[in-house]
Ligand binder design. Structure first.
Ligand code: ADP
Ligand code: MG
Length: 614
C-alpha cells in the first residue's frame, strides 16, 4: 500500500472555506442537501457510464443513496454507489476550485458577504458546506474504473487534506461526517428525516435513512398541474436550483406535437449576476423519460436564458445522445426554439397581468432586463417579442415610471413613422440637453435610454412594428416646421451667416445650417444618419474597429439671441466673432460627446474671455 499523502488546499479553497464556515450560510442544514445532491449527481453519471462504457466496476450495485446516523458518536454517513473518484479526481474535485470564475466570485462574495446563501450550490462550492457542521470529514471511495485504488480522503477543513490507500471499498463514495460538538443534533434520525423531507424529497434515486426508505422517486414535471400545489413547485424549484428563495415565475407545460416535451421552468427571485457574481451556469436539465441526459446541456436554451432553472423531458431524445452531438442535434434545436418562444410568451403574459400589479413586472425587468437585451443582441430570432418586453422612461412618463414601445405607439402622432430615443447618463441630462426640445415643442415622445448597451440594442433592433427606431440626435430627422416662430434673422441674413460660419469653422465640422429644431439652445451638433452612434463607436473602438471620428453637422438656431448677436458682431469685429463661433461649435460638439478632451475647449474659452475683457 502506498504512503498517505498530505496536501494543502489551493489558496482559493482556503478562502472559500473561510467564507463558507464563518459567514455565508445561516442555514447550516443545507450541507445535508449538498451531500445528497452530490451523491445523486454521481449516480446519474454512473447511469450514463453504463450506457457508454463496456466495463463498470461492480456493475450490480444498486443505484441508491443510504444515510446512517450514530447519535452517540455524533456522526452521519452518506453512501452512494455512483462513479466514485480516482486519486487525481479527489485532488481535482475536493482540493481545488476548477472553475475559472471562482476568483472573481470570491472577491464579489467578500464584498456582499452575508446576504446570498442561495448562490452557494450554483458555484460548485457545495461540498465544502459540510464544514459548517463538521470538524472532520472522511471520504471513502472507489472509482467506476476497475483499475483504480480504494482510497480515503480526510480533512478538518482548515488547511489541507490527506489521501491514503485503504482496504477494499465498494464502488462510489461513502462520506463520514464527524459533527462539531454543538452540531451533534444533525445525527438525530428524526431531525435528519425532516431536513431530508424539506430539501431532498425530489432526489431521483431511492434514499434511505438507517435502513428505511424516506423518499418516493417522482418526476413531478410529468404530473399534471392540478395534482400539484404551489408548495410542490416551490420545493422542486429550491431542490433543482439549490435555492432558498421563492420562484418568481413558474411555467409548467407539455406538448406532443411537433415534438414531445414536458417542461417545468422557473425564474429565481434575485439575479446574482448583477451583483458581480460571475456568469451563471445553464440551469435547466435535460431528461428523457425521467432519465437525466445532461444536467447542463449546451444549446438546449439560448445563452441569455441562463437564469432560467428547471427540467425539460422529451421522449423523442435518443438516450445515448452525447454531450458533443447535443448542440448540433436538430431535435435539440427544435426544443430550443419551442422553449424560448413559450418562455417569452409567458413573460409577455406576466407583463400584461402586471397592469394590475405593475411593480411585479417592473421589478423583474429591473433585475433581469439585461438578459432580454442580451437575447436581442445575440440572435435575430424573437426580436419583436423581446422588444415588446423592454421598459424605459420617456419624455411622457413621470420620472421613475416606465413605458413600453407598444404604449409609445398608442401616443404617437398619426403620421409619425419613427420611434425616437435619446441615450444619456440619466433622465435629467437628456431633459436639459439640446436634442429634446424640438420634439417636446411638437408633442413628439422621446424615449430616454440610460443603460450603456441600450444604444446598441436600438441599432440592432432597427424597428418595432414597422416603425423605425431613430436616435433623436440624428441630422436627417424631418420635423415639421412650426409656423409661429419669429426668426430674429431674415432669410438673406441667415444665408450669409451660414456661409460665413462654414468658412470660419472650416473642417471642424461637416456642414453648417440654420434649423428649426432648437428653442433655448443656440446651436446643436448632429450625428449624420449613416455614422455609428457614440455608444456604437465606443464599442467599435474597444474592439479596435472604429474608423475616423465622424464629423458633425451643426444646426444653428436663427431665433436665438446669441446667434443674432454673432451675426452683428461679425460685421464689427470679425476676429472675435470667429473665435466666438469656434467656441459655440466646440460647446455643441462637447455636449454631443464628440470631443474627447474637454481641456482644449476650456483653454479656448479662457483665452476668448481674456480677449473680450481687453
Ligand atoms: P458541484 O456538485 O457543484 O460540482 P461540489 O462542491 O458539491 O460541487 O462537489 C465538487 C465535486 O466533487 C463534484 O463536482 C464531484 O466531481 C465531486 N464529488 C462530490 N461528491 C461526490 C460523490 N459522492 N461521488 C463522486 N464525486 C463527488
Ligand atoms: Mg454539489
Amino acid at each position: 500500500m502506498s504512503e498517505p499523502q498530505t496536501q494543502s488546499f489551493q489558496a482559493e479553497v482556503r478562502q472559500l472555506l473561510d467564507i463558507v464556515i464563518h459567514s455565508l450560510y445561516t442555514d447550516k442544514e443545507i450541507f445535508v442537501r449538498e451531500l445528497i445532491s452530490n451523491a445523486s449527481d454521481s449516480l446519474e453519471k454512473l447511469r450514463l457510464k453504463q450506457l457508454t462504457e463496456n466495463a463498470v466496476y461492480q456493475a450490480d450495485l444498486p443505484l441508491e443513496i443510504n444515510i446512517t446516523t450514530d447519535e452517540e458518536a455524533g456522526t452521519l454517513t452518506i453512501t452512494d454507489h455512483g462513479i466514485g473518484m480516482t486519486r487525481e479526481e479527489l485532488t481535482e474535485n475536493l482540493g481545488t476550485i476548477a472553475r475559472s470564475g471562482s476568483k472573481e466570485f470570491l472577491e464579489a462574495l467578500k464584498e456582499k458577504g452575508d446576504a446570498n446563501a442561495s448562490v452557494i450550490g450554483q458555484f460548485g462550492v457545495g461540498f465544502y458546506s459540510v464544514f459548517m457542521a463538521a470538524d472532520k470529514v472522511e471520504v471513502y471511495t472507489h472509482s467506476w474504473d476497475e483499475s483504480a485504488e480504494s482510497l480515503k480522503w480526510e480533512s478538518d477543513g482548515q488547511t489541507g487534506y490527506t489521501v491514503s490507500e485503504v482496504d477494499e471499498e465498494q464502488r462510489g463514495a461513502r462520506i463520514v461526517v464527524y459533527l462539531k460538538e454543538d452540531e451533534k443534533d444533525f445525527a438525530k434520525a428524526e431531525n435528519l428525516k425532516s431536513i431530508i423531507d424539506k430539501h431532498s424529497r425530489f432526489v431521483s434515486f431511492p434514499l434511505s435513512l438507517n435502513g428505511e426508505r424516506v423518499n418516493t422517486v417522482e418526476a413531478i414535471w410529468l404530473k399534471s398541474k392540478n395534482e400539484l400545489t404551489p408548495d410542490d413547485y416551490k420545493e422542486f424549484y429550491q431542490y433543482c436550483a439549490h435555492a432558498v428563495d421563492e420562484p418568481r415565475h413558474t411555467l409548467h407545460f407539455s406538448a406532443d406535437a411537433p415534438i414531445n416535451i414536458n417542461a417545468l421552468l422557473f425564474t429565481p427571485d434575485e439575479n446574482h449576476e448583477r451583483f458581480g457574481f460571475g456568469q451563471m451556469k445553464a440551469g435547466v436539465s435535460l431528461y428523457c423519460r425521467k432519465v437525466l441526459i445532461d444536467a447542463e446541456p449546451q444549446g438546449l436554451l439560448p445563452e441569455w436564458m441562463r437564469f432560467v432553472k428547471g427540467v425539460v423531458d422529451s421522449e423523442d431524445l435518443p438516450l445515448n445522445i452525447s454531450r458533443e452531438s447535443m448542440q448540433d442535434s436538430a431535435l435539440v434545436k427544435k426544443l430550443n426554439s419551442l422553449l424560448t418562444k413559450r418562455f417569452i410568451k409567458h413573460l409577455a403574459k406576466d407583463a400584461k397581468d402586471a397592469k394590475s400589479n405593475p411593480e411585479k413586472y417592473e421589478e423583474f425587468f429591473e433585475r433581469f432586463g439585461r438578459y432580454l437585451k442580451e437575447g436581442i443582441a445575440t440572435s435575430h430570432e424573437n426580436h419583436e417579442a423581446l422588444a415588446d418586453l423592454l421598459r424605459f422612461q420617456s419624455s411622457m412618463t413621470e420620472a421613475g415610471k416606465n413605458t413600453s414601445f407598444a404604449e409609445y405607439l398608442t401616443r404617437a402622432k398619426e403620421d409619425q413613422d419613427s420611434i425616437y430615443y435619446l441615450t444619456g447618463i440619466d433622465r435629467n441630462s437628456m431633459e436639459a440637453g439640446p436634442y429634446l426640445e424640438a420634439f417636446q415643442k411638437r408633442g413628439v415622445e422621446v424615449i430616454f435610454l440610460t443603460d450603456n448597451i441600450d444604444g446598441y440594442i436600438m441599432e440592432t433592433l432597427r424597428e418595432f412594428k414597422g416603425k423605425k427606431l431613430v436616435s433623436a440626435d440624428r441630422a436627417e430627422i424631418d420635423l415639421d416646421e412650426l409656423p409661429d416662430d419669429e426668426s430674429k434673422l431674415s432669410e438673406e441674413e441667415s444665408k450669409e451667416l451660414v456661409e460665413w460660419l462654414g468658412k470660419t469653422l472650416g473642417d471642424k465640422v461637416e456642414s453648417v445650417d440654420m434649423g428649426k429644431r432648437l428653442v433655448s439652445h443656440p446651436v446643436v451638433a448632429l450625428t449624420p444618419l449613416d455614422a455609428p452612434s457614440g455608444q456604437m463607436r465606443a464599442m467599435m473602438e474597444a474592439m479596435g474597429q472604429a474608423g475616423p471620428e465622424p464629423k458633425a453637422r451643426l444646426e444653428f438656431n436663427p431665433n436665438h439671441e446669441v446667434v443674432a448677436k454673432l451675426n452683428a458682431l461679425r460685421k464689427d469685429n470679425e476676429e472675435v466673432a470667429a473665435r466666438v463661433a469656434g467656441q459655440l461649435a466646440d460647446n455643441a460638439l462637447m455636449a454631443a460627446g464628440m470631443i474627447k478632451d474637454p481641456s482644449s475647449v476650456i483653454a479656448g474659452m479662457n483665452s476668448l474671455l481674456g480677449s473680450l475683457m481687453k
